[in-house]
Design a protein around this ligand. Structure first.
Ligand SMILES: [Zn+2]
Length: 128
C-alpha cells in the first residue's frame, strides 16, 4: 500500500488538518529552529526565564549600546554604519539612531535584485 492509500484514524485528523502551533505563544511549527515538547509548548517558551530577566537583559544591552555611543560619537564623519533596506523596520531604526541618539549615520543599501521598487524609492526619499 502506498502512502496515498494509507488509512487514517479519526483521532489523527486534527494532526493532519490543523497546523501545529505552540499552545502558549502560537508560534508555528515552520518557524526556523522551533521544537515542541510533549505538551505542545515550543522551545522558545520553555527557555523564557521571565519578564524580570528579560528587563535586566534589555537594561544591560542598552548600557552597552550607550557606552559604544559615548566612545565613538563624533570621532569621525560618521558615527555608525547601518544596513538600510528601505523597509519599515530599518527606517524606524534609522529614525531612532538619528533623532533619539543624535548619530551621524552612513546608511548603506545593497540591491540584491530582490529589493522592491517601493523600498528603493523609500531609500532615495529618506534623509538622515
Ligand atoms: Zn511558544
Amino acid at each position: 500500500m502506498n502512502q496515498r492509500n494509507q488509512l487514517i484514524e479519526p483521532s489523527q485528523l486534527d494532526q493532519l488538518t490543523q497546523p501545529k502551533i505552540c499552545l502558549n505563544c502560537i508560534l508555528p511549527a515552520n518557524f526556523p529552529g522551533v521544537t515542541f515538547n510533549s505538551e505542545g509548548i515550543c522551545n522558545y517558551c520553555q527557555n523564557f526565564n521571565g519578564h524580570e530577566v528579560l528587563r535586566n537583559q534589555k537594561e544591560h544591552y542598552e548600557k552597552e549600546f550607550l557606552n559604544l555611543i559615548e566612545k565613538y560619537k563624533g570621532r569621525s564623519e560618521y558615527d555608525c554604519l547601518m544596513c538600510y533596506s528601505g523597509g519599515k523596520d530599518s527606517t524606524y531604526t534609522l529614525d531612532i539612531l538619528k533623532n533619539r541618539f543624535g548619530l551621524s549615520i552612513l546608511a548603506v543599501t545593497f540591491d540584491n535584485g530582490f529589493i522592491s521598487p517601493t523600498a528603493i524609492d523609500n531609500c532615495r526619499k529618506t534623509q538622515c
